[in-house]
Design a protein. Structure first.
Length: 431
């Protein structure tokens, strides 16, 4: 495959940042076709037609890229000068009908490029819920991946706490056996939204070489009586069969809300089932099943879930520190056209922003450069000016969380659960 020119590379980046921009994608396709890259031009035109099925320019470009001969307005049997010299009756007439483009054949050729927009369901689910997947293998279990804690930028204090409280006993089976340490129990990650709790949970699974099973409220709750409890049981049965396996309970405040505040009996039964699964049928039932949970509001989680043998260890995940911010910025800028970027300076001016905020900064900076390129007609790189301006406009999304957490840390710190939070608030002079 020939190497793309700098202009084509820049246009590819611009198209990736604005995939629904049909004129921009067609411009890229025209350049590809002019460079002799017909297959690449067909792929871009096919995506353009997916966004704008009736676009005449996209259809015409697709036909040219696929080598379909264009219908000439004059017969090939005679040149214009010769036709003018002939009598009107002798002049050849144009075909009555123009051959139509074979779109079915075109779709077959680009079928591996453009995925289907809709998926037909073979058999609709019955209204009584009886067609729900009944076997535990229906749950999506991710196999051990290459993600490790070393891939998590910065957050050294979080890594050390994880190592001391959770990972070290699991990595040393001989010592664990000597001291009679069970593998039961779990870890509760809490903190403001967008700070990487799910990413850390996946990294822990990678450290353990374990499968990863992510569970949200949508996976468990069901409108039919008894189905929610059954779903919870099947999830843990899957984890036991796939052991070693990390079960990650996302948004634990929704799955395990305080039963004293829950008026719906079905929700209380679901929490009861979760408690039963965490305890296991017997002392060895959950060996090799590591339970991690995440929540933004730990004060709304049922107290029984934090008893010994359940989610008995807690870890505060705060907004990323400077090394983590620099790593996150590098990650989100790695495939974008940039020049003269100083990640260390950006990390310094984005203090207090969450990982999600930093991703938004990079996205907003790309939009600035893209719109400027569209106005001027000249593609330019993303510079520090774009990133600094975007960072200045972003308000830390974690501020409302800290405002609410401050009151809880001051007046509801039962058993010292929020001591780490109090220390952080004092350090940041928010308490």
């Amino acid at each position: 495959m020939p190497e793309d020119s700098p202009l084509i590379q820049s246009l590819r980046t611009a198209v990736a940042a604005a995939p629904a921009d049909v004129p921009l994608r067609l411009h890229l396709a025209e350049l590809l076709l002019s460079e002799g890259q017909s297959d690449a031009a067909i792929a871009e035109a096919a995506v353009a037609l997916q966004h704008a099925p009736g676009d005449a320019q996209a259809r015409q470009l697709m036909a040219r890229a696929m080598g379909v001969p264009q219908q000439s307005s004059e017969p090939p049997s005679a040149r214009p000068s010769e036709q003018l010299s002939q009598p009107a009756a002798a002049r050849p007439t144009a075909p009555a009908q123009t051959p139509r483009f074979d779109w079915k054949s075109a779709e077959e050729q680009v079928g591996d490029v453009v995925p289907p927009r809709f998926v037909d369901v073979e058999a609709p689910m019955r209204a009584d819920g009886e067609d729900d997947p009944g076997d535990a293998e229906a749950w999506d279990v991710e196999r051990p991946g290459g993600l490790r804690l070393a891939d998590v930028g910065g957050m050294q204090e979080v890594k050390e706490r994880l190592e001391a409280a959770f990972l070290a006993p699991l990595r040393n089976p001989e010592l664990r056996k000597l001291y009679g340490k069970s593998l039961r129990g779990g870890l509760l990650l809490y903190g403001p939204p967008g700070c990487g709790k799910t990413f850390i949970a996946r990294a822990v699974a990678g450290e353990l070489g374990a499968s990863f099973l992510s569970v949200s409220v949508n996976d468990v709750l069901d409108m039919w009586t008894g189905n929610s409890e059954r779903n919870m049981h099947e999830i843990f049965q899957t984890a036991r069969r796939q052991a070693p396996c990390v079960v990650f309970l996302d948004e634990l405040d929704a799955l395990g809300a305080k039963r004293s505040r829950t008026s719906h009996g079905g929700m209380r039964n679901t929490v009861n089932q979760l408690l039963t699964e965490l305890d296991g049928i017997d002392s060895a039932a959950n060996e090799g099943v590591f339970v991690l949970a995440a929540t933004n509001v730990p004060w709304d989680v049922d107290n029984a879930l934090r008893r010994p043998g359940r989610l008995d260890r807690t870890l505060l995940v705060l907004p990323p520190d400077a090394p983590a911010r620099e790593a996150i910025l590098r990650y989100h800028l790695r495939e974008r056209p940039i020049e003269n970027i100083d990640p260390a300076k950006l990390a310094k001016v984005t203090d207090g922003l969450s990982g999600a905020d930093l991703a938004h900064v990079c996205e907003a900076a790309a939009e600035r450069a893209l719109l400027d390129s569209a106005r001027t007609g000249t593609v330019r790189m993303i510079g520090m000016k774009d990133l600094l301006a975007s960072a200045k406009e972003v308000v830390p999304s974690s501020d409302p969380w800290f405002a609410a957490a401050r009151n809880v840390a001051m007046f509801a710190n039962e058993g010292g659960m929020y001591d780490d939070l109090i220390t952080y608030l004092k350090k940041r002079r928010k308490l």
